[in-house]
Design a protein around this ligand. Sequence first.
Ligand SMILES: CC(C)(COP(=O)(O)OP(=O)(O)OC[C@H]1O[C@@H](n2cnc3c(N)ncnc32)[C@H](O)[C@@H]1OP(=O)(O)O)[C@@H](O)C(=O)NCCC(=O)NCCS
Length: 298
Amino acid sequence: MSEPHIRKVRPDELEEVWWVHVASSNDLLVRRGRPAMRPADAPVASDARAGLASDPDGYFCAVEEGQIRGMVSALVRARVWYLSMFFVLPGDQGRGLGRALLERALAYGEARGTEIRCTWATLDPRAQARYVMAGMAPRWPIYRLEGDGAAVTRLKARAGLDPRERELPCDPGAAEKLTAEVFGHGRADDLAHWRGDGGAAVAIERGGELAAFAYRRGERIGPAAGRDETALLQAVAAAAVAGAGVGGSVTMRVPGACISLLEALVSCGFRIGDPTLFMASRLFGRPELYLPSGPILY
Ligand SMILES: CC(C)(COP(=O)(O)OP(=O)(O)OC[C@H]1O[C@@H](n2cnc3c(N)ncnc32)[C@H](O)[C@@H]1OP(=O)(O)O)[C@@H](O)C(=O)NCCC(=O)NCCS
């Protein structure tokens, strides 16, 4: 067998690389006794396209005998290096491809002068081992939560939503500023991507100031950010009310750091799915005030 060759992903290879991701994550689910999430021919997620567009120098694949067998994608957002995707084909795991891929992704972060490493990890021991060895410690679980119409109605009552606070248009500049406050940097390009990807935003205002916002794409909620936990809950509830009107149920990924949001959602009847894990070399920002968009862009 020839030695693996690690090289950058070209834009025309995005489908092939995405297929490695889908095959590997479906295999992991089946190994854990769960049904596969995505069909094998699932189209490339728009967030993965955005990742290649923003960080073409952090996207690598492992090629062996002419076939792409593994992939990694790292994003740099100011001083934060975020590992976005890391997958090796099921038959090729456990023999060093991941190590070689991650080395290149880490070197990309070093070259860009980042100070913090973090990722959203599966519970796969090989992934966990690689992340711990790269200096990232497990911090808290991230739960997938799903709420049906009844749960959303209870959440709306719990958040004490004023009817005037529903679907207030959210000023992009104010959302960038608030994101910078809770996350440490503005992420203007990511917010623009989510808006362009069919994202609808709701804003909670207090005294003419943005207190919280939440983005929603179809039935998925996130990112959302708030000046405090009450405002964050109100924005998430407002987005859930709008989302449930469209599809009946809504989903979001809630980090364990968002303690009051998590408690409110579960108490209102949102159902907890499989947990994943937030891992970071150190903590930054105000993690209790930020609901991520999803695993690919955080
Ligand atoms: C995670 C993944 C990309 C790693 O790639 P890989 O090629 O399998 O990884 P490697 O062979 O380079 O490294 C695996 C490491 O885990 C270690 N390991 C395996 N099981 C372990 C365990 N139970 N405890 C501790 N270490 C363990 C191995 O010893 C190896 O470390 P070493 O190189 O220092 O010996 C791959 O396994 C994968 O695709 N997994 C399924 C999808 C997934 O969970 N992806 C992560 C998304 S966040």
